[in-house]
Design a protein. Structure first.
Length: 588
């Protein structure tokens, strides 16, 4: 028997390595550290939580609270694995499932970073400072400080390069952090929150009632929120939401709290949309904060502990309660199969600097129909050579010479080619021109801009603010003059010269909203920004053009680097050759 050899293969992992492995399960990214630390602060009964982040938390992140703090002995124990002061009943499966195993967050964070804790409890006159680096305690000393705790995490994942490599760009990590904090803030309206990112205040929330907090997070005046409540079979739903006028292109204003904890549930989310029914403007997402209380045993236990997604035993029943609460808030009758016209037009208020509200359209009206028409045209007429389908049917050479242009149906331009005719979609043509123009401006300094007579302020939630900060330089290069002006407020004092569709600032909301989404799909921030800018500032279908505008459009299109396909992949020019025309008329 060679037991010796076999056992020799088994090595006892040292404690630091075990911690590193455990950390990998709890700590995925800076935002997960923030989540753990803020939850600890909340558990400690904090009235105020202050978060500071450098480089999206990759460089450092700090969470300070005015909670009960820790004694020296507790502080020492807090960084040990499975050390917890919190007695939790094992039957509260929900707590275990959503929070992961208890008592290892600080130990795990300490294993993969340089962690320092400064804390004091009311019973002790001196505070304690403890430093852990890569799982090894480096310091235990006294500090003078107030009751409460400050936890600082530097060089996260310094000793786990693989994990570090998987981090997203700084702005994205900062956005995740903003999401985590706002979600926890939605769960705890009674606590004040502050987030400082890159030494700039990006979120400041005063303690208040649910309605105040929801108003702040949804960026809707508290008294403008619609409230709904529904209770059935032990399921209690309370919702505060924005009407159709406040629906946006992004989901960043959706807060779902189950038993006081932020969660994600596809089924419950869908139920909210069902509740809006026909009131929801197409391709928009409703802003809402929803608190659900139910028997914890209703919550599915087979869900990954680090994921926020939950499943419910009787999902249908809860979803039904959710939809009913939403309908109640929107004051819609229960009868199904009815579609209601929007109660208010799709307008969203914008604040002018001096406080006057102006109204600008919230959604985009054009686009849909044209897209459909082209879509139908494409398969029906393949012989007409739609670029990208039947090859390079229109060539640059075709478009040379004098341009004689005719506008039809206020959306297409007809022009004669050497060997046929071309139909140009005026919107996508202009979009292409704008797209390339934006990309060019990103590379150069000094785009022409025009000063606004009256500077405009717009208010952004932290997620949008991160996106805006990320886009700041690019917007500047396009010709926008933008400055931060207090937490979440931007001051705009200049816009690109000759800008179309500025809509008193609504354009900027759209650009930021879209950036949050497009960035995920596009290769680069530049492209995402250029595509969205081009789309919203170009000539629309339905706009009557004068001859000189048409000439200019066609001439500029001819100079474009890629005149045949718009940034979203739609054809710009459709050609009908003389040969094909002749054939149609029996001349061939
Ligand atoms: P858990 O929160 O599951 O107990 P942690 O590793 O997050 O595990 O924290 C360990 C212990 O450290 C907590 O149980 C608590 O006693 C103490 N602790 C951590 N953060 C704070 C804080 N901000 N204020 C007071 N005590 C804290
Ligand atoms: Mg904890």
């Amino acid at each position: 028997m060679s037991t010796n050899k076999q056992t020799a293969k088994i090595a006892v992992l040292d404690e630091t390595l075990i911690r590193k492995i455990a950390a990998g399960e709890v700590i995925e990214r800076p935002a997960s550290v923030i989540k753990e630390l803020v939850e600890n602060a909340l558990d400690a009964g904090a009235h105020r939580v202050h978060v500071e982040v450098m480089a999206g938390g990759r460089q450092s992140l700090t969470v300070s609270d005015d909670g009960e703090g820790m004694s020296r002995e507790d502080a020492r124990l807090s960084v040990e694995r499975h050390a917890t002061s919190k007695l939790r009943s094992p039957s509260d499966l929900f707590a275990i499932q959503t929070l992961g195993f208890r008592g290892e967050a600080l130990a795990s964070i300490g294993a993969v970073s340089r962690l320092s804790i400064e804390t004091r409890c009311a019973e002790e006159s001196a505070g304690t400072r403890i430093v852990v680096e890569g799982g090894i305690q480096r310091e235990l000393s006294s500090v003078a400080r107030d009751v409460g705790t400050r936890v600082a995490v530097r060089n996260l994942f310094f000793n786990t390069p693989a994990r570090r490599k998987f981090l997203k760009p700084i702005e994205t990590e900062a956005r995740y952090i903003a999401q985590v904090v706002t979600q926890l803030a939605a769960a705890h309206p009674e606590v004040g929150f502050e987030v400082v990112s890159q030494e700039r205040l990006s979120l400041s929330l005063l303690p208040g009632e649910r309605r105040d907090r929801a108003g702040e997070l949804l960026d809707i005046a508290a008294e403008g929120l619609l409230a709904g409540e529904y209770e059935e079979a032990g399921i209690r739903v309370e919702v505060l939401l924005g009407g159709p006028a406040f629906c946006r292109k992004t989901r960043s204003r959706q807060f779902l709290l189950v038993r006081g904890r932020p969660v994600y549930s596809r089924a419950l989310n869908q139920a909210v949309y069902r509740g809006y029914g026909g009131l929801l403007p197409s391709e928009t997402h409703p802003p809402f904060a929803m608190w659900i209380d139910l028997d914890p045993r209703q919550i599915d236990v087979n869900v990954h502990p680090t994921k926020k997604e939950i499943r419910l035993a009787d999902e249908r029943l809860v979803a039904q309660a959710v939809a009913r609460a939403v309908r109640q808030a929107l004051e819609m009758p229960e009868t199904a199969g009815f579609t209601y016209a929007p109660l208010q037009p799709s307008y969203q208020p914008l604040q002018l600097a001096e406080g006057t509200a102006v109204f600008a359209p919230a959604g985009e009206s054009s686009g849909g129909d044209d897209q459909m028409a082209l879509h139908l045209l494409a398969p029906a007429l393949p012989q007409f050579g739609i670029p990208g389908e039947a090859g390079e049917a229109v060539r640059r050479g075709d478009l040379e010479g004098p341009v004689r242009v005719l506008q039809v149906h206020d959306k297409y331009l007809l022009l004669q080619l050497q060997d046929g005719i071309a139909v140009i979609d005026q919107h996508v043509a202009h979009e292409r021109i704008r797209f390339e123009e934006a990309l060019d401006r990103f590379e150069a300094e000094g785009a022409p801009s025009q000063q606004l007579l009256m500077p405009l302020t717009i208010h952004l939630n932290p997620v949008e603010l991160e996106a805006a900060r990320q886009a700041e330089a690019l917007l500047g290069r396009l010709g926008f003059g933008i400055r931060e002006f207090g937490a979440g407020t931007l001051l705009i004092d200049a816009i690109p010269a000759g800008l179309r569709n500025w809509q008193e600032g609504a354009l900027l909301y759209k650009l930021i909203d879209e950036l949050i989404q497009e960035k995920e799909i596009r290769d680069s921030l530049q492209e995402a920004m250029a595509a969205s800018y081009a789309c919203h500032t170009s000539i629309r279908a339905g706009e009557r053009l004068v001859q000189s505008e048409m000439q200019e459009l066609v001439e500029r299109l001819l100079k474009a680097r890629e005149p045949f396909v718009c940034p979203h992949g739609r054809p710009i020019i459709v050609k009908l050759s003389l040969r094909e025309l002749d054939k149609l008329f029996g001349r061939a």
